[in-house]
Design a protein around this ligand. Structure first.
Ligand code: RET
Ligand code: FE2
Length: 354
């Protein structure tokens, strides 16, 4: 079974019980968020804009920002090595160099920086879900690297492309607030992307990829793989509906916390001997406290980056949308080095070499 490469050679410190618990938690919280948000939107309509920002605002301390704040611990743990000054310096320098370089791009070319942010998020959220499919859901239909890359594009494309198709005005508004922190007039350059023909092209092209991925998965899943394939199908169609129905600022905020970050946090727990042992015996509280302690210092560090960028932007952010835009730019700058760490972790866990 192709999924075997990931759980067994991937430096997992947890036994089967811990891994199954992680799988149940990620699926449970993910689908619960999707179902609750779709139901509320369908029954009560879109919440007021101010409320839609709440999950994104909470993600500063709840799951979101903290999920990357153990990047300095995760690679040594996955390798079974001690955390050394050298390994800390590697991650510190990575963040400093890559983060600073990308921050400079935001100041010099904010439109290009925004487009890069969308692409990086697509790749990063897609890579996170590819791991979850292989190691947690344990699908057997992603046996080739090409099929895993297709899964990455589909899973990353759902949060980044479906809102573009379904909510162009809100998408454009968020783009304007981010780009506008640096240059109020520059966002106009993005207008063609939100035009009906461009969105129709994205809908047709991306829709075809989603259909292809689901069909190929069905054909390639063996008798034991039908259950996992059904999980893939449910998640994929659930996310299509979710990002098509729930207004995107709310949808992305919830997804960031309860989908991407939660899954990544569970992944970091599974490579940490202490948290993995706790998960094995069902002590989720103990594993969570351990994570919170590990993540606290650099979550605070992330907040300092937020303040730093806030002081450096030409116009001081004054409204809620502007402050959240500043937070998203901070996330962008922190995410690029985070992607490097997760990509090395992917390699350690053989996510891309079946
Ligand atoms: C909020 C929001 C958007 C962008 C969010 C992004 C790009 C978030 C990236 C977060 C990351 C990279 C987190 C780290 O894992 C869109 C799509 C423009 C649509 C409108 C709402
Ligand atoms: Fe992440």
């Amino acid at each position: 079974m192709s999924g075997d490469t990931v759980p067994h050679s991937g430096g997992l410190r947890a036994g089967a019980a811990g891994r199954r618990r992680a799988a149940r938690l990620s699926l449970g919280f993910g689908l619960l968020s999707v179902v609750v948000a779709i139901s509320i939107t369908a029954l009560a309509g879109s919440p007021p804009l101010a409320y839609q920002y709440v999950p994104l605002a909470l993600s500063v301390v709840v799951l979101g920002l903290p999920h990357g704040a153990v990047d300095h611990l995760v690679l040594p743990r996955a390798r079974g090595d001690p955390v050394t000054l050298r390994s800390l310096a590697f991650v510190g320098l990575l963040y400093l160099l890559v983060g600073t370089a990308y921050a400079v791009v935001w100041f010099l070319a904010p439109v290009a920086a925004f487009v890069l942010f969308i692409l990086v998020t697509l790749v990063h959220w897609g890579q996170g879900d590819a791991y979850a499919l292989l190691a947690l859901v344990r699908v057997d239909h992603l046996g080739t690297r090409a099929s895993r890359l297709l899964a990455l594009v589909v899973r990353g494309g759902l949060p980044m492309l479906v809102p573009l198709i379904a909510f162009p005005a809100q998408y454009a508004f968020v783009a304007e607030t981010l780009v506008g922190l640096f240059d109020p007039d520059a966002a106009a350059a993005l207008e063609p992307v939100f035009s009906p023909p461009a969105r129709a092209a994205v809908a047709i092209g991306f829709g075809a990829l989603v259909a292809l991925a689901l069909l190929l998965g069905f054909v390639r899943s063996g008798p034991d793989g039908r259950g996992p394939w059904l999980v893939d199908l449910t998640e994929t169609l659930g996310l299509v509906a979710y990002f098509a129905i729930v207004p995107p600022i709310l949808a992305i905020g919830l997804y960031f916390c309860f989908w991407h970050s939660l899954r990544h946090i569970l992944r970091t727990m599974l490579v940490d001997p202490v948290a993995a042992t706790a998960l094995d015996r069902g002590a989720i509280g103990a594993a969570s406290r351990r994570f919170a302690r590990d993540a606290a210092p650099l979550t605070a560090g992330g907040l300092l980056v937020l303040v730093g960028i806030g002081l450096a932007v030409p116009r001081t952010p004054a409204t809620v949308p502007d402050v959240i835009a500043l937070y998203l730019v901070t996330i962008a700058v922190l995410t690029l080095p985070h992607v490097v760490v997760v990509t090395v972790l992917d390699r350690e866990q053989r996510v891309w070499s079946p």
